[in-house]
Design a protein around this ligand. Structure first.
Ligand code: ADP
Length: 574
């Protein structure tokens, strides 16, 4: 728990730093790619504008451009602009009036002039009055494009002709080859159909790239710029790249920058790797420290827990030994003081019980003696009624004597003064003696006592007097709690080096709850059938103490209404 609580903030901080490093890296990559695309775009635009800038001709006089001027102007453009493959003037009805191209640098012959009235370039410019950029087409000289511009009168209100030309776009390739995106990144330009116009490196496939990367999407007029626009995918060669793209609206083209992530993410991956190593080291350190700290805290708490357990069992000898030099140590000292106090209290209580019981013994014994004398008529004649009363006093006095004896026994046991001398003894004899002592009591209650030991019952390690006490209690209880006539059987059995003696009766029996508490001090089963039977609730407690002091165990099996079996074990001698 402690380790978790300490690691959580470390991990959170680690993840946040990874997140922010990644986010800022994403922004940096986007910036680099966007800037490169922006530069390339500007260069392409200026190249096309330079090559196709025929706007100056719009300053010609009303009524058309004089043929001589057309030639001079066209030739001027043609010579000064090497990207122009061809240049021509078209009249408002679509007929070429002048044309220069690489094969006819002095101008084509009049009969070779063409009618362009049905061409898209002518129609678009004539209709819209705007500059026209045609589809890119591919020749052996490289990609080409038709450009056309209206020629207006001086006031600009009327189109008086069109000047057009074919531009070689291979120059764009030259421009783009200078573009740099790390060592492995590249930019490329595609036309509206997805065919490559130019790229910064490598050989272009002759096919539409629409299905590859961002080409298809960018040609629909979308741009992928900034960290949000950034995309990652596998490029044409199957390498993972991080890409940005921009739609060039004037021409309907798309420009895409792709940077293999192996290079683009290298720096950030290095940082993240180091970050992870540090995070791992910190996590391990935190776990170790927290485990050590937790152990330092938990150990004393465990000691206190065990201490309280001992207190609850009435064992006050062993205190706790906490040496943490902090509040826990103080708590341990306070706990030990409390234990001492409880020990003194217990000693006082034991002493009190012992003294009280001891002091009671003589008077109750005297009372018993004198009452017998009175009953026997030694003090003069006694009426039947007085006899009856005195008998009742004697019975009560007997119970008092039993209680006093039991209390003395308990007090002795608790003070550790229960004297038990264990020696190898023959258990059959003392048991037989006890049973014959109890025979008259059994007869009175119509209870049959059965004890038929085998000839070879082994000797056991026990104290004969104490064993008699145990049998008196157990067989006495069986007779007392028989609830009518029945039998009590005593049998022996050998189990794993122990001599087990079972005292079985066919008496009242008891519930499972009662069985669990049976050997506790002062516990008595309270039912309709037992409420008239007198007792102290100390007998079985004393029996258990005696058996355990003789290194044995005692347990009970019972069923209400059917009877009980008390079984105790004693170590077999030798
Ligand atoms: P008590 O002085 O009440 O007999 P014990 O400690 O000897 O005290 O017994 C505790 C309780 O266990 C009794 O009150 C009695 O209800 C129950 N008990 C003991 N032995 C038997 C038995 N053989 N059959 C049924 N109940 C018994």
């Amino acid at each position: 728990m402690m380790a978790f609580v300490s690691i959580a903030p470390v991990l959170l901080a680690g993840f946040l730093s990874v997140y922010s490093i990644r986010a800022s890296h994403k922004i940096s990559v986007a910036n680099v790619e966007d800037t490169l695309i922006g530069q390339q775009y500007a260069e392409i635009r200026s190249f096309i504008n330079d090559a196709g800038e025929f706007n100056t001709v719009s300053t010609f006089e009303k009524g058309g451009v004089a043929p001589g001027d057309q030639v001079a102007v066209s030739k001027g453009f043609f010579v000064s602009n090497p990207a122009l493959e061809e240049i021509y003037f078209i009249s408002v009805d679509g007929k070429e009036t002048v044309r220069f191209n690489k094969s006819y640098p002095e101008g084509v012959l009049a009969q070779d002039l063409r009618d362009q009235s049905i061409l898209k370039s002518f129609l678009t410019v004539a209709k819209s009055g705007k500059q026209y950029f045609g589809h890119v087409y591919y020749t052996l000289k490289g990609p080409m494009m038709t450009v056309a511009t209206p020629v207006r009168n001086k006031s600009g209100s009327k189109i008086i002709g069109i000047i057009g030309g074919e531009i070689r776009l291979s120059k764009i390739g030259e421009l783009m080859r200078k573009a740099q995106l790390g060592n492995s990144g590249y930019v490329y330009l595609v036309d509206g159909d997805g065919f490559l116009i130019a790229n910064s490196s490598g050989v272009a496939p002759i096919m539409s790239l629409k299905k590859i990367g961002l080409v298809g999407e960018v040609l629909q007029g979308r741009s992928f710029l900034g960290p949000e626009g950034q995309r990652r995918y596998l490029n044409f060669e199957g390498n993972q790249v991080v890409a940005a793209a921009r739609f060039l609206p004037e021409y309907g083209w798309g420009m895409i920058a792709e940077w293999p992530t192996e290079e683009a993410d290298k720096s950030v991956n290095d940082i993240l790797y180091k970050n992870t190593i540090v995070l791992l080291a910190v996590t391990i350190a935190v776990v170790l420290v927290s485990v050590v700290l937790a152990t330092l805290i938990v150990k004393p708490i465990e000691m206190l827990e065990k201490g309280t357990e001992r207190v609850s069992q009435g064992k006050f000898e062993e205190g706790v030994d906490i040496q943490t030099h902090d509040e826990l140590e103080d708590l341990g000292l306070a706990f030990n003081k409390m234990m001492q106090g409880l020990k003194q209290l217990q000693q006082l209580k034991d002493e009190f019980v012992f003294i009280a019981a001891h002091e009671l013994r003589t008077p109750v014994a005297a009372m018993k003696g004198y009452l017998s004398l009175i009953l026997d008529g030694l003090t003069g004649p006694v009426t039947e009624k007085t006899k009856d009363f005195i008998q009742k006093v004697i019975n009560s006095n007997n119970r008092l004597i039993q209680l006093v004896n039991d209390l003395l026994e308990v007090a002795r046991s608790e003070a550790g003064r229960l004297t038990i001398k264990v020696a190898p003894i023959d258990v059959v004899r003392p048991i037989k003696e006890v049973l014959s002592e109890l025979q008259s009591l059994a007869d009175k209650s119509s209870v049959k006592l059965i004890y038929e030991p085998a000839a070879n019952v082994p000797k056991a390690m026990a104290d004969a007097d104490r064993l008699k006490e145990v049998i008196v209690n157990l067989v006495g209880n069986s007779i007392k709690y028989m609830g009518g006539s029945g039998t009590v059987t005593v049998v022996h059995e050998i189990q794993g080096g122990m001599l087990v003696t079972h005292v079985e009766d066919t008496g009242l029996g008891m519930s499972k709850d009662a069985q669990a508490k049976l050997f506790e001090k002062f516990y008595r089963v309270q039912t309709e059938k037992t409420k008239e039977i007198t007792g102290t609730g100390l007998g079985l407690f004393i029996v258990k103490e005696i058996i355990e002091k003789m290194n044995g165990k005692i347990l009970v099996e019972s069923e209400e209404g059917k009877g009980s079996t008390f079984s105790f074990s004693l170590p077999v001698a030798g």
